[in-house]
Design a protein around this ligand. Structure first.
Ligand SMILES: Nc1ncnc2c1ncn2[C@@H]1O[C@H](COP(=O)(O)OP(=O)(O)O)[C@@H](O)[C@H]1O
Ligand SMILES: [Mg+2]
Length: 383
């Protein structure tokens, strides 16, 4: 007898309601170095296939209760590609067609020709091995892709953080200028013994409050983005992000209008990721306005909730440069950017779309070239 060219012994499940048939087949296969398992009916066969993940199934066609054809059909319905050899007493053409139609790989008639059975088995075991290798490869590629996607989110976050830090740095410079002039006044008072003026004291409070605020914003922006979710009010997160962008000077040269409903708009999301979406969309709107829209730069941010549809939405609209119809698809592609190096990475919208996908939401883009754009994202409403 030949020895199979596999690292381990191939496993075969023999399914037959007749114990004699099972024993005969088992003896033959064991002698050919297979590890053999048995099942006496359809339901048991399905359970054993699930449990054992055999390399090949030898399946009797006619069994009481669930027929072999039914077993095979269910396997294929569940996406299993496991090789199935039908073993049947029927020699008619119709039986063969039935077996093949159900997804069987081979049909052998009883009494089985031993050499033929072993030859077919050998082929099918190799087929199975190939299937497994392909599946492992697919899983590896999938895992790689997932890692690459996460890396993209991280890179975009670092870029955003870098820009925010630069903005906060600019603001801190202003605070430092006020502080230094106050310091001169304090030293002067110390030298002359005069009292510090009331408005200088208030300015000191202002310096303290702004330092705390900038530190808090930097700290919160610097937190690593996790994936854990919490229920947040979309109005509140949007408002907080607009305040941050204003502090760092991003929206200084544009008019920002907002429209929020009276009631909370709750969404279950990772807050950092939601912030990342908002910073990207509002940041893009500002860039678009500065890249030559008509008249004064206007951005409108509308938050809404639609309990009937079960969705929350946020629309960021601008009267900026707009997007040509031919580029509407491309803007979502990684590294597509129309901005000069150092200003654009072309990752923002790719990341936005991915974060929304992960959160069960979506992004809709409408734009008229030369007139403006609106980017609307929706998320499932949380009760
Ligand atoms: N609000 C907008 N108005 C006009 N064009 C936009 C807008 N948002 C995005 N775009 C276009 O999509 C491109 C890709 O955007 P994004 O993925 O955020 O990368 P980046 O902002 O780094 O260029 C931008 O370079 C710009 O051409
Ligand atoms: Mg961008």
């Amino acid at each position: 007898m030949h020895v199979l060219p596999l690292a381990r012994q191939a496993r075969v499940l023999v399914v037959d309601d007749d114990p004699v048939n099972r024993v005969v087949l088992e003896a033959l296969l064991v002698e050919a170095q297979y590890t053999v398992f048995q099942a006496e009916d359809g339901p048991q066969a399905l359970a054993e296939i699930d449990r054992l993940d055999p390399d090949v199934v030898l399946l009797d066609l006619t069994m009481p209760g669930m027929s072999g054809v039914e077993v095979c059909r269910r396997l294929r319905e569940n996406g299993s590609q496991i090789p199935v050899v039908f073993v049947t007493g029927r020699v008619d053409r119709e039986a063969r067609i039935l077996c093949k139609a159900a997804g069987g790989d081979e049909v052998l008639t009883k009494p089985v020709d031993e050499l033929e059975l072993l030859a077919r088995m050998k082929n099918l075991v190799l087929v199975r091995e190939g299937q497994r290798l392909r599946e492992q490869h697919r899983q590896r590629v999938e895992a790689e892709l997932e890692r690459a996607r996460e890396e993209l989110v991280r890179v975009d976050r670092m870029a955003t953080l870098g820009k925010l830090a630069a903005g906060v740095g600019h603001e801190l410079n202003n605070v430092a200028a006020v502080y230094l002039s106050l310091l001169t006044a304090v030293k002067e008072c110390h030298r002359t013994g005069e009292r510090l003026r009331e408005d200088d004291l208030q300015a000191l409070d202002w310096v303290g409050a702004h330092l705390t605020c900038h530190a808090r914003q930097l700290l919160s922006a610097g937190r690593p983005a996790g994936t854990e979710k919490a229920v947040v009010d979309l109005r509140e997160t949007t408002q907080a992000m607009l305040a941050l962008l204003n502090t760092v000077g991003k929206t200084r040269r544009v008019e920002v209008h907002t429209s929020f409903p009276e009631v909370p708009v709750r969404v279950a999301v990772n807050r950092m990721r939601l912030e990342q979406i908002l910073v990207n969309l509002v940041g893009n709107a500002v860039d678009a306005v500065e890249d030559g829209g008509r008249g004064s730069g206007q951005i409108t941010v509308r938050v809404g909730g639609d309990p009937a549809a079960g969705t929350a939405s946020c629309c960021v609209e601008d009267n900026g440069c707009g997007i040509p119809t031919s580029a509407l698809q491309a803007v979502l592609e990684p590294f597509y950017t129309t901005k000069p190096a150092g200003r654009g990475t072309g990752l923002g919208l790719t990341v936005v779309r991915q974060l929304l996908q992960e959160a069960g939401g979506r992004l809709d883009i409408q734009s008229v070239h030369g007139e403006g754009s609106s980017f609307t994202f929706t998320l499932p409403l949380s009760s």
